[in-house]
Unconditional design. Structure first.
Length: 253
């Protein structure tokens, strides 16, 4: 087997949550390009179908399953749909996430709980549903954030809490499943990437962060997607329980 073969995902089946926009789209398209059959899930059916059409036009295979990951039964439904269509699940990318930007003194209990329900609980329910059916050699990747490690000047208590909690979830699932079930579990902590979310920041906000970026620019989505493809396949076969920070150096400044 050549080095490049270790990065190929031919014949594998990958579920990507939050696949209707932003980095989720990049992850889905990159996994498909690497050879995986991709199951796309999110709440917006029309946007999921558009992503599936692009993947299929490029020669890949994609299945659309609308779901809300905060519902454990819906997560089981996604895994079941993947199994019905492709007969297996090899890769799970827990990417679905939401954020609030409300000062801590004013954030409502409902808003705080909703962020955790999607970002943390949803990742757990999806991992649980897939972990029951995954075979040895499978890979779960939780998409966290550098805001689980550091701060960036905005009030993100719920979001930061949920993303920090994913580090602990990743370690615990790895210690439970890697030796017993052969499922590797890792996390990725992105910094600031050019997406629809960064387009919504107030003018000047990203410029204020540039002194912390040792690579003096926003990340490109394909750079993060390449990290996900690496962790998903055999090239990362000896890596589990780890968080890979991809942030241009922000967290070390």
């Amino acid at each position: 087997m050549s080095i490049l073969d270790l990065f190929r995902l031919t014949g594998r089946v990958a579920i990507v949550t939050g696949a209707s926009s932003g980095l989720g789209v990049s992850f889905a398209e990159a996994l498909a390009e690497a050879g995986a059959n991709v199951v796309l899930t999110a709440r917006r059916a029309d946007r999921l179908r558009a992503v599936a059409e692009r993947i299929e036009a490029a020669g890949g295979s994609a299945l659309v399953v609308c779901s809300d990951v905060s519902d454990p039964d819906a997560c089981t439904g996604v895994a079941d749909a993947a199994l019905d269509r492709y007969g297996r699940v090899d890769i799970l990318i827990n990417n679905a996430g939401i954020a609030t930007s409300v000062p801590a003194s004013r954030e409502s209990p409902a808003d705080f709980r909703r962020v955790l329900d999607v970002n943390l609980h949803g990742a757990y329910w999806m991992a649980q549903a897939c972990g029951r059916i995954m075979k040895p050699g499978s890979s779960i990747i939780n998409i966290s954030s550098i805001l689980g490690i550091t701060t960036a000047g905005l009030p993100h208590a719920a979001y930061s809490s949920s993303k920090a909690a994913l580090f602990g979830l990743t370690r615990d699932l790895a210690q439970q499943w890697t030796s017993r079930k052969g499922i590797r579990v890792n996390a990725v902590a992105p910094g600031f990437f050019q997406t629809e979310m960064t387009d919504q920041y107030d003018d000047g906000y990203l410029d204020s962060l540039r002194p912390r970026m040792l690579v003096p620019r926003l990340g490109r989505p394909e750079e993060l997607a390449a990290t996900v493809v690496w962790l998903a396949g055999d090239a990362a076969g000896y890596i589990t329980g780890q968080t890979i920070v991809v942030d241009g150096g922000v967290t070390i400044t």
